[in-house]
Write a protein that binds this ligand. Structure first.
Ligand code: PMP
Length: 423
């Protein structure tokens, strides 16, 4: 405890005030393996939260690939190298054939920043539509989209927010109709300005918005409206990508729409900082013509080796299927808990990305954010790490590394039952 107080004081002195931490009493982690983490006192935690170590913390194949390439060569992409080419070939093979080119970056924020400029290069316009309560990253341009961290001075005149779909509190009418109407209205609004309408950016899973369960075709009307107006669809796959939802490798494939630009990050190289923008050759070439672009670290051989081996491990360990099977199993377990705990108002999600929305009143659907905070802290005290998210900040975010097993799920559910009972 004293050690944590000292670390917190050093963080504030060295890294500045207001850096966010998880949990009221933050965890000081020193080691990870698979789905497990250990703190400085040797205490073991089950990681039900981290999507970045996608194939498991410190996966030996990833560690080996990084070490091997780091001991051979690491340099930038102005030299020719097989690594980036081999990786982009493997990566783009997972998409629709039209999405056959990529730019490699170091973060998801950079990827989204480039995506906005690609949309500008293609359309000649700058107006962007995003969902409210979203998060797409931290560059100046991209932070303009993120209502969770409002930019200093407010949003630019080129941004319009539409309400994120919320399956606990749907807008009414046939599914998707009200959402489409809001997108159409935002397009018309932007077209009446000098910005014009350039792009609609969305996470196909609405992950940061609380991953609503949406019926098939929910987004069809909105996507059609974007196309009709000559706009570009950007799918931010930073969260649902790489097989996490269990049914599809990409969130947009699951949601049933075809993006023009796809952005990637977090799980891509198991914690090594790698992101990418995947698009059509025409869009990429329009971007390269309109903007000079070079990224010193993006696409370096070590990053590409790490990213490539993640694709290998996903395939060799059958992890997308594991996400489907264990995800189903764990979600059904959560539904059983809902029958015993009134606080669980709704269970949502798919694959290894699911959670329970906590409500004070199921009929009125009153969000229970304080209970959610207490719950995730109580789980941490019992050795299980999870988070909370969503429009009401009251949905548990369960998004473990992909090798998460049924035994892991059983442990999580057992502890959750206990933590809910003592709330
Ligand atoms: N898009 C989404 C949907 C995200 O959740 C995040 C990060 N949480 C980002 C983009 C930004 O990625 P990064 O932190 O790598 O810049």
């Amino acid at each position: 405890m004293q050690a944590n107080t000292d670390l917190l004081a050093r963080r504030e002195r060295l890294l500045g005030r207001g850096m966010s931490t998880f949990y009221t009493d933050p965890v000081h982690l020193v080691r990870g393996s698979g789905v497990w983490l250990w703190d400085a006192d040797g205490r073991k935690y089950l990681d039900c939260y981290n999507n970045v170590p996608h194939v498991g913390h410190c996966h030996p194949a990833v560690v080996e690939a990084i070490c091997r390439q780091a001991s051979l060569l690491n340099t930038h992409t102005r030299y020719l190298h097989e690594g980036i080419l081999g990786y982009v070939e493997r990566l783009t093979a997972t998409f629709d054939p039209s999405l056959s080119t990529a730019i490699m970056t170091c973060t998801g924020s950079e990827a989204n920043d480039i995506a906005l400029r690609m949309a500008q290069a293609v359309t000649g316009r700058t107006g962007v539509i995003a969902t409210d309560h979203t998060y797409h990253g931290n560059t100046t341009a991209v932070s303009q989209l993120s209502t969770r961290m409002p930019p200093v001075g407010g949003f630019g005149g080129h941004v319009r927010h539409v309400p994120a779909p919320d399956s606990a509190r749907p807008l009414g009418g046939a599914p998707g109709t009200a959402f489409t109407a809001r997108v159409e209205q935002a397009i018309a609004d932007l077209e009446a300005t000098t910005h014009g309408f350039s792009a609609f950016i969305l996470c196909p899973y609405f992950a940061n918005e609380g991953f609503p369960d949406l019926p098939p075709g929910f987004l069809d009307g909105a996507i059609a409206a974007v196309r009709k107006a000559g706009g570009v669809v950007i799918a931010d796959e930073v969260q649902p990508g790489f097989g996490r939802t269990g049914s599809h490798f990409w969130g947009h494939q699951r949601a049933g729409f075809m993006p023009d630009i796809v952005t990637l990050g977090k799980p891509m190289a198991n914690g090594h900082p790698v992101g990418a923008v995947v698009t059509t050759p025409d869009t990429l070439n329009a971007f390269r013509k309109a903007f000079r672009y070079f990224n010193t670290f993006g696409g370096n051989p070590v990053s590409c080796a790490a990213a490539l081996v993640v694709l290998d491990v996903l395939r060799d360990e059958n992890l997308m299927e594991n996400a489907r099977a264990v995800g189903d199993y764990a979600r059904h377990g959560l539904e059983r808990l809902a029958a015993r705990h009134d606080l669980i108002g709704m269970v949502r999600g798919t694959g290894l990305f699911f959670g329970a929305e906590l409500m004070l009143d199921r009929t009125a659907r009153t969000p229970a954010p304080d209970h959610a905070t207490r719950l995730i802290n109580g789980m941490k005290d019992r050795g299980i790490l999870m988070g909370k998210i969503g429009v009401g900040e009251c949905t548990t975010k369960i998004r473990p590394p992909m090798p998460f097993s049924r035994d892991n799920a059983d442990l999580m559910l057992e502890v959750l039952d206990d933590a809910l009972a003592t709330l």
